[in-house]
Write a protein that binds this ligand. Structure first.
Ligand code: KG4
Ligand code: ZN
Length: 335
């Protein structure tokens, strides 16, 4: 079955063609990072306009690379949430237009669930597995019984982990997106210099809170009584230790909660999805344990992409059939 996947949830315009949920025939991603970088974060209005400009050519390129026409496709899969409402609508309307015009079934998938599906495209993963989502907008732990069926166990109550990386990077004067910049800076820093502590949530042992950690970094680098434009009160060398210490605190929490939930739910493995999974230090932290095999997305599948949308759409179509043209864009769809 040949499935087209369309992804426009945030700042990547992406289309891919995937056969039977796994075989990637094309995976075209147009990143808008350079467009948003001067503003230190994604500007929704610019993202929407850029999706409109880029989507037709990204679609054409994905079909050309797969050597297919729209008529050859069997299903149109689209990420219909969560994400920026204007951005979602552009991908969704393109998907609906293609579905209607070419008379192909349409299916909407959850973008976050698709991040967790990405590693399933590369290899067999023993089930049940503990799914850890670590992206710019989400941090969540789910138990996946089978593809398309999962239970939410814990999630962030404030900032997502990627968002915390981006905000701390901004505080330190680093460019957007901040995650890779913090990782780079942390390589030369002392992770034990600043004993940052993670927020604890009463009676919610598997939930996350990153806003306290971010505030602790703010007070350290700008002082307790700082205001928005206050200058940094630490040296360039200290910045490296802040990055390393922040990263240590955030990842210790992620790793320990993942292992705890995986044990409690008798999972046979751990699968990780979302942009923060690119971080080498996190991969090393998980490699220090041998209780569970850990599965990571490959490079082209870790950031936002159409292949994971096409792949997951295939499974949902087999499980529940297609969606109607009334399919809605859902900026806050739960996992
Ligand atoms: O999954 P993603 O592409 O977009 C969302 O769906 O949110 O993730 C983007 C996030 C950004 O916050 C970015 O800073 C973070 O992933 N990120 C990283 C790294 N690479 C990307 N965070 C830490 N270390 C990295 N190497
Ligand atoms: Zn994403």
């Amino acid at each position: 079955m040949l499935v087209l996947g369309i992804e426009t949830t945030c700042d990547e315009t992406a289309c891919a063609v995937v056969r039977d949920g796994r075989e990637i025939l094309s995976n075209v991603i147009a990143s808008q990072i350079d467009l948003h970088a001067p503003y230190g974060g994604v500007v929704p209005e610019l993202a929407c306009r850029s999706h409109i400009d880029l989507l037709p050519s990204v679609l054409k390129e994905s079909l050309a690379q797969a050597d297919l026409s729209i008529q050859d496709l069997d299903l149109i899969s689209v990420a219909h949430g969560p994400g920026l409402i204007g951005a979602l609508l552009i991908g969704l309307n393109m998907a609906k237009g293609l579905s209607l015009g070419a008379n192909k079934p349409l299916i909407g998938v959850n973008h976050i669930e698709a991040h967790l599906y990405a590693p399933f495209m590369q290899t067999e993963i023993p089930l049940p597995t503990l799914g850890l989502v670590i992206s710019g907008g989400h941090t969540a732990l789910v138990v996946i019984e089978k593809i398309g069926c999962h239970r939410l166990i814990g999630q962030t109550q404030d900032d997502a982990i990627g968002e915390a990386f981006d905000k701390v990077a901004k505080l330190l004067g680093l460019p957007y997106p901040g995650g890779p910049e913090i990782e780079k800076l942390a390589l030369e820093g002392d992770p034990l210099r600043y004993p940052f502590k993670m927020g604890k949530l009463k009676n919610r042992p598997y939930d996350f809170s990153f806003s306290g950690l971010k505030t602790a970094v703010l007070y350290l680098v700008k002082g307790q009584n700082c205001s928005k434009g206050s200058p940094l009160i630490i040296s360039e060398a200290d910045k490296k230790d802040v990055a390393a210490s922040f990263q240590r605190a955030a990842f210790s929490d992620i790793v320990s909660k993942s292992l705890l939930v995986a044990k409690e739910h008798q999972c046979k493995s751990i699968v990780i999805g979302g942009g923060v999974s690119n971080n080498r230090n996190l991969r090393e932290r998980f490699a220090e344990q041998d209780s569970f095999p850990v599965f990571w997305p490959e490079k082209g599948l870790s950031l936002d992409n159409g292949a994971m949308i096409a792949g997951l759409g295939y499974h949902h179509y087999l499980l529940r059939g297609s969606d109607s043209l009334d399919l809605q864009a859902l900026p806050r769809i739960p996992l």
